[in-house]
Ligand binder design. Structure first.
Ligand code: THU
Length: 139
């Protein structure tokens, strides 16, 4: 799949940063925003939404994926994630498994720290090699 241009990366980071303002994180105070690019060029935004019961907390990445899947999207090109830490935060294991359901090995993951002074671009295969997915169940 086609690599992202610098302009596409910047736009996704802008959208992820905007999404971070919607974060509900009164417990961790670690706000995260995500912007997911569908194969047909649409962008879905997501934020982390925490819960006093802790377990129901959902990450920004999954919020974006589930909004897009609800709308009928099943193929994706890239996601940008921006958090509030000094260092960029990479997607957690649960979110990587959600990516395994819908993304190819060359799906792109852009991560940025608080002020975007640190930006990393990885592929899904780099973040979750030997993933378990639909192919393992013959789907
Ligand atoms: N979080 C995300 O939104 N994305 C990640 O990839 C890692 C963690 C959220 C979940 C929780 O609200 C907070 O960050 C602290 O774990």
């Amino acid at each position: 799949m086609k690599k992202l241009t610098k302009a596409e990366i910047d736009l996704l980071l802008d959208k992820a940063q905007e999404a971070r303002d919607h974060s509900y994180a009164p417990y961790s105070r670690y706000n995260v925003g995500a912007a997911l690019l569908t194969a047909d060029g649409q962008i879905y935004q997501g934020c982390n939404i925490e819960n006093a019961g802790f377990t129901p907390t959902v990450c920004a990445e999954r919020t974006a994926f589930f909004k897009a899947v609800y709308d009928g999207h099943r193929a994706f090109r890239a996601i940008a994630v921006i958090a509030t830490g000094e260092e960029q935060g990479f997607p957690c294991g649960v979110c990587r498994q959600v990516m395994a359901e819908f993304c190819d090995k060359d799906f792109i993951i852009v991560t940025a720290n608080r002020d975007r002074s640190k930006v990393d671009v990885s592929t899904f295969e780099q973040l979750l090699p030997h993933s378990f997915g639909p192919k393992d169940l013959g789907v």
